[in-house]
Design a protein. Structure first.
Length: 136
């Protein structure tokens, strides 16, 4: 092979590698990757719509921060929409999400490893609450 062919081949390989690395969602384009906040979540319950930051994902429901810290049981969630996330991870029909969906949402929350009792008390205090509010 001549040097020119080798140079052209190496250039094509380099361009292919560069393009392959930039396909899909990247951290600069994904808001949750920009800081410590959880994703924005919109939830519809029988009492109405709520929108706020996903704080924690529990086995029984989610903790959402809007004007208050709220524990919303899965059995109260009619539908949900997670910012820039596939609808397959949405919580709907008053059903507990699949373990895969719960794990994915947990990673998108502000506290993916859960809240300790001390941190929960500090958050409640910051919101002027002594306990979690419900979905209403």
């Amino acid at each position: 092979m001549t040097m020119t062919r080798i140079a052209v081949l190496l250039t094509l390989v380099a361009l292919a590698v560069i393009n392959a690395c930039s396909v899909g969602m990247t951290a600069p384009k994904y808001p949750p990757a920009q800081g410590p906040k959880g994703v924005s979540l919109r939830v519809t319950t029988p009492q109405g719509q709520l929108s706020g930051e996903l704080i924690e994902v529990r086995d029984s429901g989610i903790i959402l921060a809007d004007q208050k810290l709220r524990l919303i049981p899965y059995t109260d969630i009619l539908s949900s929409q997670v910012e820039k996330t596939s609808s397959r991870y949405a919580i709907a029909n008053r059903s507990v999400p699949t373990p895969e969906a719960r794990d994915h949402l947990r990673l998108l929350s502000r506290f993916p490893y859960g809240l300790s009792a001390e941190v929960m008390q500090r958050l409640l205090s910051a919101y002027g609450q002594t306990e979690l509010a419900g979905p209403n």
